[in-house]
Design a binder for this molecule. Structure first.
Ligand code: PMP
Length: 307
């Protein structure tokens, strides 16, 4: 169960957690047209900071833009509200969920006059794929469900309806006893996880699917940046499922999953079956940066006290 906080920001007001309700005819609830973000705040020696808040807020507003949902709030207003939610709930390390949705008004799929509403919630949330998953790696399986194509939905946007596809994939493999799904695209090439980007290491090179059908992950970008700084060659392109099976190392990245090693895919052991040296080095670099244990990339740590 979710760990309740005290307040949720709803269209400019701090509303008690239990009263943060919407009408059952709220449009997005019926047709899936809502956009959202997943963001994490981390505590560290410099206090609590939100990882890449500006980039997440930009992606939220851009998700709205491509879905023809104009944000009623500026990026600055949304960032201020996000910090306020973390502060007023007295949270340090937490998960933050901004949601922009089509509110109550008309029904039917063309309800252009309905209000666009925004809520921002935050709560304490530990590891997404488990502590053991983070340290030892998880078992993944390729789902029989494909990631949607570029002309089915809009892959740059983080839209609620997209996560029906993610849930189909995830439920399928979880019910079969695996930890996480991998989705292939409609041509059978590797795409991503239901809520994560995927990387492999082969021949010393860090490889990930190019930005075609996958979400432009903010953690993906951070890990690629850190890898380049560490002198690890970074490559984007087309990956097949046997590229995964033959990889020396593999891992997922995402705000929720952070950097989770993958130790097995479809019953094939990846590398030695333990997180490999590149995975471990990148995981350490990532956690050092998000917590502010190193001075580098302070631009990625947005203090909740404001800038
Ligand atoms: N792909 C999908 C489908 C996701 O839902 C997420 C999580 N937002 C990611 C990738 C990773 O993105 P990020 O690193 O920005 O959280």
């Amino acid at each position: 169960m979710l760990k309740e906080s005290q307040w949720i920001w709803m269209d400019g007001k701090m509303v008690p957690w239990k009263d943060a309700n919407v009408h059952v005819l709220t449009h997005s609830l019926h047709y899936g047209m809502a956009v959202f973000e997943g963001i994490r705040a981390y505590s560290g020696p410099e206090g609590t900071s939100i990882f890449r808040l500006a980039e997440h807020t930009r992606r939220l507003v851009n998700s709205g833009k491509v879905m023809l949902m104009k944000s009623p709030y500026s990026e600055e207003e949304l960032m201020d509200a996000t910090c306020r939610v973390v502060r007023e709930n007295n949270l340090s390390s937490c998960y933050i969920r901004p949601l922009m949705y089509v509110g109550y008004g008309d029904m039917g799929i063309y309800a252009r006059q309905n209000p666009i509403c925004v809520s921002i919630s935050a709560w304490e949330w530990g590891t997404y794929l488990g502590e053991e998953g983070l340290s030892k790696g998880i078992r993944a399986k390729i789902s029989s469900f494909s990631r949607f194509g570029v002309n089915t939905f809009l892959n740059r946007a983080k839209v609620s309806a997209h996560y029906v596809n993610s849930q189909l994939a995830k439920w399928e493999v979880k019910m079969a006893g695996y930890d996480e799904a991998i989705l292939l695209d409609q041509d059978g090439f590797v795409a991503e996880g239901p809520g994560e980007n995927i990387f492999i290491v082969s021949g010393g090179v860090l490889r990930t699917p190019a930005l075609k059908t996958v979400l432009d992950g903010i953690t993906r970008n951070a890990v690629q940046t850190l890898a380049k700084e560490m002198g690890i060659p970074v490559w984007e392109g087309v990956l097949t499922r046997d590229d995964l099976y033959l990889a020396d190392e593999a891992f997922f990245t995402g705000t929720a999953a952070e950097l989770t090693p993958i130790r097995e895919i479809d019953e094939r052991t990846i590398g030695t079956g333990r997180p490999g040296p590149v995975t471990l080095a990148l995981q350490k670099a990532f956690f050092d940066v998000v917590h502010g244990h190193v001075k580098d990339h302070s631009e990625w740590r947005y203090p909740v006290a404001g800038r």
